[in-house]
Design a protein around this ligand. Sequence first.
Ligand code: ADP
Length: 370
Amino acid sequence: MQKVGIVGGGQLGRMLIQAGLDLDLRLRVLDSAPDSPCSGIAHEFVLGSVREADTIERFTEGLDLLTIELEAVSVEGLRRAQAKGITVHPEPAIVELIQDKGKQRAWYAAKGFPGPKFQIWSPGDPITLSFPLIQKSLKGGYDGKGVQVASSFGDLWQIPSLLEEKVSIQKEISIIAARSRSGAICTFPPVESVFHPHAHIVEYLRIPADLPPEAAIEGRQIVTELAESLGIVGLLAVELFYTVEGHWLVNEAAPRPHNTGHVTVKACWTSQFEQHWRAILGLPLGDTRLHTYGGLVNILGPAGLHGTPLFPFLPTILSIPGVSVHLYGKKRSSPFRKLGHILVLAETPELLSEKIHRIQSCLRVEIGTE
Ligand code: ADP
């Protein structure tokens, strides 16, 4: 039985555990929150900071393999685990590159991947792009936090940051690739994200994305090349913009399972979580074909919910054919916190849209996510 460590105990770790049990892995998880989604379900749950090298080093004692479920971890800790002979996927150097949006963007540009015009800027530097532009903090942003549209110089945060031209986005797409230890690469079909109009959080998503067939092929090709260039082992979830003009631009990547990949659990022959294990354990990659149309609606938290949330909408939603609910076991809620998601399957894109809208209206009425 392989002893595997996961750094981070959130919902992605929870779903990695669910898939890892099928492979009879022995799973140890590190997280600083005693009530995190992995506590209570990992074979061993270790309380400690994922940002401390010493903590990660101690956590990895006796493990065969180490992986992550978020990238904001101590890279030094991952390196020390590697130095002790533990196999670490993804490579610490890839995690380090991806942690910094500026370095990541510059790397894509240097390798010739398409992206928006950009500038790595520090207060006092002249600005080479025209307004309005997008300003991104270099580290620590997620779900749109740390990103703003700046219409004029006065709007800019006076911090070192990545500035990008504001591109005209037709669709926000993510494509998840897996690269195995042997170097084989396989991509999942593109997923289309539709965002909440105010909070920058995915409201629902659908697979396959509604794209011209040749665009889907081209997008998957770009992501395959990116996984190859990085030499990653494991999943690489790439967020792309499909522009109004019909061009692909790489936004950013995550070296781990991704929230937009949950839909693969029910809609594809192999889920992203199983694929991650296959890739990092050196097993053959699974078939990523779709067997149906799939969608996901996030269950976003209302304010002030404590204790295990009771979801009064469940019976109504679960009476819709092809619907399943996935709750993350979070004990506290705050506005727009992801508490779970609903997966929905349908035979046609039209039926899928109809079911997604039914689910959304149930959620709005019952927990007031608007
Ligand atoms: P996060 O890591 O917080 O998700 P992103 O880099 O994905 O940050 O940016 C958040 C959102 O901002 C994107 O999903 C997109 O809607 C918008 N955005 C980001 N970069 C650009 C850009 N260059 N042009 C236009 N919109 C952008």
